[in-house]
Design a protein around this ligand. Structure first.
Ligand code: 3PG
Ligand code: CO
Length: 553
């Protein structure tokens, strides 16, 4: 039985309106021409940094500080928002899958047993993101799963690949497909009929999120399940090389692999098993619904094979989706949102579609829905659909700022929480000029929200979930930009391992509140206790320590 009542903070009052602003993809890095935050005009964020030194600091947002396997793992929005919301560090999907594969426990679980009953007569289909990005999936985990499944009776395997270029360098897809092809060739030598069956770029095929654009999932469905796609190739390396002539890895159109009779080699059929091998939820939930829900109506599936489906993880604990999975997800319980609602903190959360679930679903420990609808309002601003965000780098920053401002001025809420996506979503396109515009727009949204806080005498907390826009090139160890063989600058579309800023302020902040200096390694997980303090409460004992102290002067 959880005791939800939080202790009163000894000195800090309740009832101040608090704006909690998460800039997505906004890290701190040396100022040079590839640091878009530095290049952009960002007077608001600059003034927070240059203002009171005891009210601005950096916190860790990557690696072990957010529950990832190693310090080389860059941060990402899932683990970042999980840590921000939960106030504790949980071993995340990437790590849990590593552990389950290393111990072999993955093969003893209910999920694997469930799918393996199809191995005798059916095909095992593996669908997921093919890269070593470690954000949604990892190639080495796929390799181990291929080996493990074939050793345990899978005789016919089809892999449906999604090319990356977003968590890894653009162009790296070719190498990943070559690696996979050579693994599958080895399996064939051992008598397993293993092949790539279909593919497409992650942002155009399958991996949409938060129901932004079902056409993305449909394109994947047609290729993976029906064996239909506008492009047909005899092998996947050739497919990716050819399609890259007109698109980046992220946006490759869907293709299927066909045999000498032009027949697709691996549509999903009755009696087959399907595993989506991404561990991260947001971009797998839509496909999981299409695979699992009987009454699915978001697009015409045309063919609905009777399959056994398991996710690498269960992607949504509230919806129990999917019902079968290979590895149990992190149990992120007792999040700060749930505590605060129990203690009477009325909450408003807002972003545009592409990041909406970040400040709700991820924030609340991968849980969809409200804790208490009477205390909470979640507001989603529809994202532009069918464009890459370098074309619209301002995205909905202004609209998010306005919504937050109105929520603050309404005085109906104690916490107004937003995610401002620009630095991240535009940063992922690798378009440096557009990312500069994006950062400026994000800064303007921050200003709008801080101005509203000034009006109501409130408090603001501005931070970020991980780095992205502050570094747009791949670098060597000493920080020099790297060039490829043809002399072209290597653009970094991915996140980074840089720390992120956190700033506190506003007229409602009690005199004497400042960042402590005895939490030098503080990270995103320390923010929840900090925010609880600013709402007038002490965080539960097992939360990571608060970043602030109150000194009497
Ligand atoms: C994506 O899903 O867009 C990227 O892989 C990671 O970006 P995010 O972690 O910022 O959402
Ligand atoms: Co991102």
């Amino acid at each position: 039985q959880v005791s939800w009542k939080l202790a009163d903070h000894p000195t800090l009052p309740k009832g101040k309106t608090l704006a909690l602003i998460v800039l997505d993809g906004w890290g701190e890095y040396k100022p040079d021409e590839y640091n878009c935050i530095h290049v952009a005009q960002t007077p608001t964020m600059d003034s927070l940094k240059q203002g009171a030194p005891e009210k601005w600091r950096l916190i860790r947002a990557h690696g072990k500080a957010v529950g990832l396997p190693t310090e080389d793992d860059m941060g990402n929005s899932e683990v970042g928002h999980n840590a921000l919301g939960a106030g504790r560090i949980f071993a995340q999907g990437a790590k849990l899958v590593d552990i389950a594969l290393a111990s072999g426990k993955i093969y003893e679980g209910e999920g694997f047993k469930y799918i393996s009953e199809c191995f005798e007569k059916g095909t095992l289909h593996l669908i997921g993101l093919l890269s070593d990005g470690g954000v949604h999936s990892r190639l080495d985990q796929l390799q181990l799963l291929l080996k493990g499944a074939s050793e345990r009776g899978a005789k016919r395997i089809r892999v449906h690949i999604l090319t990356d270029g977003r968590d890894v360098l653009d162009g790296s897809s070719v190498g990943f497909v070559e690696t996979l092809e050579s693994d599958l060739a080895k399996l064939r030598e051992n008598g397993v009929d293993a092949r790539i069956a279909s593919g497409g770029g992650r942002m155009y095929v399958t991996m949409d999120r938060y129901e932004n654009d079902w056409d993305v999932v449909k394109r994947g469905w047609d290729a993976q399940v029906r064996g239909e796609a506008p492009h047909r190739f005899a092998n996947a390396v050739e497919a990716v090389k050819k399609l890259r002539e007109n698109a980046n890895d992220q946006y490759l159109p869907p293709f299927v692999i066909v045999d000498e009779n032009e027949k697709a080699v691996g549509p999903i059929e009755d009696g087959d098993a399907v595993v989506t091998f991404n561990f991260r939820a947001d971009r797998m939930v839509m496909l999981a619904k299409a695979l699992e829900h009987q009454d699915f109506d978001k697009f015409d599936r045309v063919k609905v094979p009777k399959i056994r489906y398991a996710g690498m993880l269960q992607y949504d604990g509230e919806l129990k989706l999917p019902g079968h999975y290979l590895v149990s997800p992190p149990e992120i319980d007792r999040t700060s949102g749930e505590y605060l609602v129990h203690n009477g903190v009325r909450t408003f959360a807002c972003s545009e579609t592409v990041k909406f679930g970040h400040v709700t679903f991820f924030w609340n420990g991968n849980r969809s829905g409200y804790f208490n609808p009477e205390m909470e309002e979640y507001s989603e601003i529809p994202s532009d659909v069918g464009i890459t965000f370098n074309v619209q780098p301002k995205m909905k920053a202004l609209e998010i700022g306005e919504k937050a401002r109105d929520a603050i001025l309404s005085r109906k809420f104690d916490q107004v929480r937003v995610n401002i996506p620009n630095g991240d979503m535009v940063g992922h396109t690798g378009d440096i000029q557009a990312t500069v515009v994006a950062c400026k727009a994000a800064d303007e949204a921050v200003k709008m929200i801080i101005d509203a806080i000034e009006q109501v005498g409130g408090i603001y907390v501005v931070t970020a979930d991980h780095g992205n826009a502050e570094d747009m090139v791949k670098r060597n160890k000493s920080g020099q930009p790297l060039y490829d063989k043809s002399g072209k600058l290597q653009i970094l579309t991915s996140h980074t391992c840089q720390p992120v800023p956190i700033a506190i302020g506003g007229p409602g902040l009690e005199a004497g509140v400042r960042f402590r200096n005895d939490v030098p390694d503080g990270g995103l997980a320390n923010v929840a206790a900090t925010v609880m303090n600013l709402h007038g409460y002490v965080a539960p004992n097992d939360y990571e320590p608060t970043l602030i102290e109150v000194v009497n002067n």
